[in-house]
Structure formats: structure tokens, C-alpha cells
Design a protein around this ligand. Structure first.
Ligand SMILES: Cc1cc2nc3c(=O)[nH]c(=O)nc-3n(C[C@H](O)[C@H](O)[C@H](O)COP(=O)(O)OP(=O)(O)OC[C@H]3O[C@@H](n4cnc5c(N)ncnc54)[C@H](O)[C@@H]3O)c2cc1C
Length: 422
């Protein structure tokens, strides 16, 4: 059944597992090397669960510099710059800011949206194949607004997206409550919303575990507790990796090590400007009731979202530039509880803090807001990372593009905006 093509993948998060899925379906043998004891223990563990072509804007929008200065050191800011970690972001930060001009911002927004739409179509197909193994719902998301000015500004920006295929519907507050009755108790704070019917929601960790079962059943191998320290190259071609406990030979290697990818690649002179940007989430058990939302609800100003995922509510968001500091800052979690309370006071009042899980993870954030998908100057060495806040949304599409590049197939989308660049 197998041909002699073999691919090794570093990292068992969304990017690595989706890459393995498509390659296995093409008859390739796949080995996945992961430093943790299981899959989805990096950024893919408890993300916001949002699958949102409607949120393609990179975080370095024009004007970001003055906004970041305003947020500096403020613990309740949606984007938190911790001064003692700033030195870790200097050269990346210069690129992040220099890419915040209007033309790069529009370019990244458009190509993020195209990749997100492409990806959701691929994910829908995977979900048919893996039917019922992970929480997945295609019923749109809702953005809410606390000021008319913010709503109007977003509607203005959305025109550019709708010209390129994004469906949306502006809602008055009564229309918002009709569509999502769970927002009824918050209506006095709201000035309307926007509904995005093409968006979906899904549980990324369940999806990763479902993919891991599929990969194993189809002959793929996992090597857990294996931390890749070094990549072996000879004559301009990759031929192996060295981990903390063994060496692996390989014909082709994909680096899908999330925010850790940059360091692995830099030893070969491959420079991808990707940095960890920490985010938080809270998973709150919730029973079905009239207060349970039926859609994911996003608050742009807060950079936060509430997502119903089966029997739980996922609250997620905020960005913290604090290097590799993996400590959970209780005040950031408290911000998520406040956000929950302000939008869904009844559900909040009935939730049990002791049964809820707090989490933080590192988004692999590129300096220009677009991911890196494709080959490097080292023959046989590929990269699929840098998806930042869109890594779940773009996972299936990115992996499909890369698998087509490796196997010589047609991507079905212009993949040039995602190829490696400095
Ligand atoms: C709070 C938060 C909320 C988010 N919400 C959303 C959302 O709602 N929608 C959305 O689209 N995206 C969201 N994201 C982004 C998304 O979760 C990430 O972009 C995505 O999970 C990245 O997947 P990945 O596979 O690239 O990285 P990861 O999931 O981090 O996987 C990388 C893997 O590589 C392994 N690894 C690293 N180095 C090595 C090494 N040297 N050797 C072996 N293994 C190694 C790691 O252990 C890890 O398992 C969110 C992120 C966060 C943090």
C-alpha cells in the first residue's frame, strides 16, 4: 500500500497533525516527533475554538504603535506589553511595527481571509470523514459592539472583506437578541452587532486527538517525549534530526513546532520572524439552558470571545508579550471572568470556578501577520507555522497546501503570499 516516500514532522499540534493527515492520504509514511507526552499540548490545547474567516486582520493594524504605548504595563489591556520582556521582541517588534502600514495590512488581511475560507472548506471534508469525533459546528459567529462608533468602523472595514467574498449581516440590538437570546441580559451595554454566517466553531484539542487516532490507524508513528535539538544537513539536503534520546534519519522534514520553530530553524540560517505571544483561556463546564449561547460571541475591543463547545464554554483571548513566561497571571484570568460576567451574567452566576480550567498558550506570531508555508533553501526541509491567532482557522488549508507542494500536486489557491520570506 505504501510508496517509499517518508516524511518526518516535528510538532504534534494542529499544524503537524493536519500535515500528517494529508500526507498519509497521499500514501506517504509519516513519523511525528513531539517533545511532550501527547498531542495538542502546545498552543492547540485550549484555544478559543473559533474558525473565523471573519477575523483575518493581523494584529499590527495601522496605528498599533500608539495603541501599544497606551496599553504599556496595564494589566487589563487586551494587548499587554510587559516592560521586562521587551528586549526579547526588539528585532521582531521593529518588523511588526514596520508592517503596520496600510498596504501590508490590507495584503495580509486579504490573504489571511482567503486561506481561512480555503481551510474551512478542507476542514468540513475532514469532519465528514472523522464524523462525530470532535465538537464542530458551522453556524456562524457574532461580533458585539459597545459603541456605535466601533460598530460603524468595523462595518466600514468589513466592506473590503465582503467585496472579496465574506458574508456578513449588520444587526440592531433587538435583532442581535433575536439571533442569540443568551445576550438578553447584556442588551443595555450593546449597540448592535455583526453576524458572520460562514464562520464555525470547533474543539481543536478533540480534533487533534481524532487526527492522531486516524494517523496511527493508517500506519503513522508518534515519538513522544522527544525534544528535537538539532537538524542534520549534508550537501544542502536534510537527512536527520537529533533528539534528547535518539537520532532519526529522514528524507523530508516538516517543522511545525509552533512558536518554537524559529529557534530550530535559525541554526541552519533560516530566519522566520515568529515570536510567542501569550494568550489565555478558561474552560467552564455549562449545562444546556436558555442562557447557553448557540453562537460564538466576539468582543473586538476586549480581544476576547465566548465560545460554546459542547458541554463547556470556552472564554479566550488577550495578548501578552512576555516571552516564554508560561505562568498563568491570575489577573488576566480574572479579566476573562469579568468579560463573561458582563455578557452572560446568568450563565456566569451558575458556573463553578473550581471545576473550570485556566490555561495559557503561545501563539506563533509572525511579524507581518501571514503564516509561513513551504520549502526552504535546504532540500527536503519544509515549514508550516506562524499562524498567530488564526492557527485553528487556517490549519487544514495550510497543511493541504504544504502536502501538495511536497507531493507535487496542485494547491488550488495562490500560495505565494505564504511562502518563506524574511
Ligand atoms: C489563548 C489562545 C486562543 C486562540 N484562539 C484561537 C481561535 O479561536 N481560533 C484560531 O484559529 N486560532 C486560535 N489560536 C491560535 C492557535 O491555537 C494556534 O495558532 C495553533 O494552535 C498553532 O498550532 P501549531 O501546531 O502551529 O503549534 P502548537 O500547537 O504549539 O504545536 C507545536 C508543537 O511542537 C512541539 N515542539 C516544539 N518544539 C519542539 C521540539 N524541539 N521538538 C519536538 N517537539 C517540539 C510543541 O510541544 C507543540 O506540541 C489561539 C491561541 C491561543 C494561545
Amino acid at each position: 500500500m505504501y510508496n517509499n516516500k517518508q516524511v518526518t514532522i516535528v510538532g504534534a499540534g494542529l499544524a503537524g497533525l493536519c500535515s500528517a493527515y494529508f500526507l498519509i492520504n497521499k500514501g506517504y509514511r509519516v513519523s511525528i516527533i513531539e517533545q511532550q507526552k501527547s498531542v495538542a499540548l502546545g498552543a492547540s490545547y485550549a484555544n478559543g475554538g473559533l474558525l473565523t474567516p471573519s477575523m483575518p486582520e493581523p494584529w499590527n493594524a495601522p496605528g498599533i504603535f500608539s495603541q501599544l504605548l497606551k496599553y504599556l504595563g496595564k494589566n487589563d489591556a487586551p494587548m499587554l506589553l510587559k516592560p521586562r520582556y521587551l528586549h526579547q521582541y526588539i528585532s521582531w517588534g521593529v518588523r511588526f511595527l514596520s508592517n503596520s502600514n496600510l498596504s501590508q495590512y490590507k495584503f495580509a488581511t486579504l490573504h489571511n481571509m482567503k486561506l481561512a475560507m480555503f481551510s474551512l472548506a478542507k476542514l468540513a471534508k475532514i469532519s465528514e470523514q472523522l464524523e462525530g469525533t470532535f465538537e464542530y459546528k458551522l453556524n456562524g459567529t457574532i461580533k458585539v459592539f459597545r459603541s456605535t462608533q466601533a460598530l460603524e468602523q468595523t462595518l466600514k472595514r468589513t466592506r473590503f472583506l465582503s467585496d472579496n467574498g465574506l458574508a456578513h449581516e449588520a444587526l440592531t440590538t433587538p435583532q442581535l437578541i433575536e439571533l442569540e437570546p443568551a445576550l438578553e441580559d447584556a442588551q443595555s451595554q450593546l449597540c448592535g452587532g455583526i453576524y458572520y454566517p460562514q464562520d464555525a466553531t470547533g474543539n481543536a484539542r478533540q480534533f487533534c486527538h481524532a487526527l492522531a487516532r486516524y494517523i496511527t490507524l493508517n500506519g503513522g508513528e508518534f515519538h513522544f517525549n522527544s525534544d528535537v535539538h538539532r537538524l542534520k544537513v549534508h550537501g544542502g539536503k536534510i537527512y536527520g534530526v537529533v533528539t534528547n534520546n535518539q537520532e532519526f534519519d529522514c528524507q523530508s522534514l516538516i517543522i511545525t513546532a509552533g512558536a518554537w520553530s524559529t529557534e530550530l530553524l535559525s541554526s541552519l540560517g533560516i530566519n522566520i520572524p515568529v515570536k510567542p505571544v501569550k494568550g489565555y483561556s478558561l474552560s467552564v463546564p455549562a449545562k444546556q439552558s436558555k442562557y447557553m449561547p448557540q453562537h460564538a460571541i466576539l468582543d473586538d475591543e476586549m480581544h476576547a470571545a465566548i465560545t460554546p463547545l459542547g458541554k463547556q464554554i470556552r472564554l479566550a483571548g488577550t495578548a501578552e508579550f512576555s516571552g516564554w513566561n508560561a505562568k498563568i497571571d491570575p489577573s488576566r484570568i480574572e479579566n476573562l471572568w469579568h468579560f463573561f460576567q458582563s455578557l452572560m451574567p446568568n450563565l456566569y452566576a451558575n458556573s463553578n470556578r473550581h471545576e473550570s480550567e485556566s490555561w495559557c498558550g503561545f501563539r506563533p506570531m509572525s511579524a507581518d501577520g501571514l503564516p509561513f508555508i513551504g520549502g526552504t533553501h535546504v532540500k527536503g526541509l519544509y515549514v508550516n507555522t506562524g499562524h498567530g491567532p488564526l492557527g485553528w482557522t487556517q490549519a487544514a488549508g495550510s497543511a493541504f497546501i504544504l502536502s501538495q507542494q511536497i507531493t507535487g500536486g496542485v494547491a488550488g489557491i495562490d500560495a505565494s503570499p505564504y511562502q518563506l520570506r524574511n
